[in-house]
Design a protein around this ligand. Structure first.
Ligand code: DX5
Ligand code: ZN
Length: 215
């Protein structure tokens, strides 16, 4: 599956961007929420998701790069997020409670790990997890280069999934394009996020197809 990240879209015309992504075959719409504290950048919050929700049936895959996500996950689910993903690095004290809160609110739950966090950190949370998000860049900005060595991390995440959470999906996020997509999928990734590779392409539909069919 391909999940275009609207972080690379035109913020002044997000409704049109989201409708366009649906028309050209996006499987999910990846929504990067940043608070300027957990990462050094700011994007958007619930209101954007709520206002975009009626414009498409394509599921919203909401990636929360925010501190204390437990305070906000329910509101993201209520606003129309289909998957709510929080970061392991926000602190282990309440990750289990945060994931439980997401599930209770009716959304699917994901756990994201930064490039310098061991993948095995997710093991205690795998029961009931719907998605493991393997960051393939340091979060904060679109258009960065895919970090070498991420393929082994994706493969390890897929191995853990097979063993402990067979229905969970593996998502990779950051620096993905038609050139590296085949290797990422071969490592065991189910959902490939792509920002610049889709929104920056002259032919966006072809860009999604190239990532999906990469060999
Ligand atoms: C990074 C975000 C990514 C990013 C992907 O903090 O989580 O979703 O927008 O964009 P590209 O594909 O341009 O790296
Ligand atoms: Zn993201």
């Amino acid at each position: 599956m391909v999940a275009p990240s609207i972080l690379s879209g035109n913020f002044a015309d997000m409704g049109a961007e989201v409708k366009n992504m649906t028309e050209i075959g996006a499987d999910l719409i990846h929504v990067d929420v940043m608070d300027g504290v957990f990462v050094p950048n700011l994007t958007f919050g619930f209101k954007m998701i709520k206002d975009l929700r009626p414009l498409t049936k394509t599921p919203f895959d909401v990636h929360l790069m925010i501190t204390e996500p437990i305070r906000y996950v329910e509101r993201f689910a209520e606003s129309g997020a289909d998957i709510v993903t929080v970061h392991y690095e926000t602190g282990t004290a309440d990750i289990a409670d945060t994931l439980a809160k997401i599930r209770k609110s009716g959304a699917k739950c994901g756990l994201a790990v930064n490039p310098d966090t061991p993948i095995d950190s997710v093991i205690p949370y795998l029961g009931g997890l719907d998605m493991i998000l393997v960051m393939t860049v340091f979060p904060g900005f679109g258009g960065q280069k895919f970090i070498d060595g991420s393929l082994g991390r994706i493969a390890r995440a897929a191995e853990l999934r097979d063993r402990y959470a067979p229905s969970a999906l593996i998502e990779a996020d950051g620096g993905i394009n038609a050139d590296n997509a085949a290797a990422i999928a071969a490592a065991g990734c189910d959902i490939l996020v792509a920002g610049n590779a889709v929104f920056g392409a002259a032919d966006r539909r072809a860009a999604i197809e190239h990532i999906r069919r990469a060999e």
